[in-house]
Write a protein that binds this ligand. Structure first.
Ligand SMILES: [Zn+2]
Length: 89
């Protein structure tokens, strides 16, 4: 009935969606996107919250918005590192 979600995971995925189209990267494939998300998430603290299954988060969004800048800067540096050392050929 209840499930755990990591707020920062949502933030990172959203930031990647926004950043990638305008980023100048050698590769933007699914694998690299996943690597960028994982890399950025490992650098951010977890932010778990409990919600009812299927419930859409609303109030958390404004409450935690100050983290946006940090999340975006982690995504940008993750993208640079993954581009320099992609995990595929
Ligand atoms: Zn790639």
């Amino acid at each position: 009935m209840y499930e755990f979600s990591n707020f920062n995971e949502l933030m990172v995925k959203r930031a990647v969606e926004e950043y990638l189209p305008i980023a100048n990267l050698p590769c933007k494939c699914e694998r690299c996107q996943a690597d960028i998300i994982a890399f950025a998430l490992n650098r951010l603290p977890p932010r778990y919250y409990v919600s009812l299954k299927g419930e859409v988060m609303t109030h958390f969004e404004s409450q935690m918005a100050p983290d946006r800048a940090r999340v975006l800067s982690e995504v940008v540096s993750a993208a640079q590192i993954i581009s320099a050392y992609p995990s595929h050929k």
